[in-house]
Design a protein around this ligand. Structure first.
Ligand code: 13P
Length: 251
């Protein structure tokens, strides 16, 4: 049985308190059944987590966009998974390609962050994906293999991790892979998860991310082994994000 779909919004470094109105609109849509049969997640900037949690209530979960691998300590400017949990987060994104690129994050560090998330009782949304150069060099599956092997902790199940496949060249560009490519790549990821985690892999949701919009969401979300979406730009506007949620199948 396919896992319950998850539609996640990643606000990245966008959003101020005035934008809580967008979350209020999502919460209102939730009262009309938006979250029936699917999970909804918003990852606002850390500055908005607490207020977002208060507004979204049980309509949508909130999550962080990153965490430090340690539970506390002398790490100025960083945020621990325990702190995210403390203000109501249920998820945290780790290993997003923007962090891998902007901050030189390695697979090993991403794995340590995912482990910190799990220790704190958060679900880690672990991002993987190839760059355009890697795709052009036909190295996509090699890259995903390496990232899956290096970034995922051992012995995980669907209550602890979500995998997000985000081809770097599709993020914020309006370019997307074909539905056939997404089907093949998600099937490949599923096989690798089953090889490593056995039956527990069935419950691990594999999200597609990269230029998901209301116009293309239904096509991506109908593909086998696409258990939801990780949405960047289109998650900033409640009307677009709600339309993407409505395009997802329900469990
Ligand atoms: P866009 O939806 O803006 O392409 O961003 C995708 C993404 O990086 C989500 O984490």
């Amino acid at each position: 049985m396919a896992p319950r779909p998850l539609i996640a919004g990643n606000w990245k470094m966008n959003g101020q308190l005035r934008d809580l109105a967008e979350l209020q609109a999502i919460a209102d849509a939730g009262r009309n059944g938006l979250n029936e049969g699917r999970d909804i997640l918003i990852c606002p900037p850390a500055t908005m987590l607490s207020a977002s949690f208060g507004i979204l209530g049980d309509v949508a979960a909130v999550g962080g966009q990153d965490c430090h691998p340690a539970d506390s300590g002398a790490h100025t400017g960083d945020i621990a998974a325990t702190m995210l949990k403390d203000v109501g987060a249920r998820y945290v994104i780790v290993g997003h390609s923007e962090r891998r690129a902007d901050h030189g994050e390695s697979d090993e560090l991403v794995r340590a962050k995912a482990e910190a998330a799990m220790r704190a009782g958060l679900i880690a949304v672990i991002c993987i994906g190839e760059t355009e150069a890697e795709r052009d060099a036909d190295a996509t599956t090699d890259v995903l293999d390496r990232q899956l092997a290096g970034s995922l902790p051992d012995d995980v199940d669907g209550d602890q991790v979500v995998v997000a496949y985000e081809p770097v060249w599709a993020i914020g560009t309006g370019k997307t892979p074909t539905a056939d490519d997404v089907r093949d790549i998600h099937a490949f990821i599923r096989r690798r998860l089953v090889d490593r985690f056995g039956d527990a892999a069935d419950g691990v949701r594999i999200l597609y991310g990269g230029s998901v919009k209301p116009a293309n969401a239904a096509e991506f979300l109908a593909i086998d082994n696409v258990d939801g979406a990780l949405v960047g730009g289109a998650s900033l506007k409640a009307s677009d994000f709600v339309a993407i949620c409505q395009a997802s199948p329900t469990a």
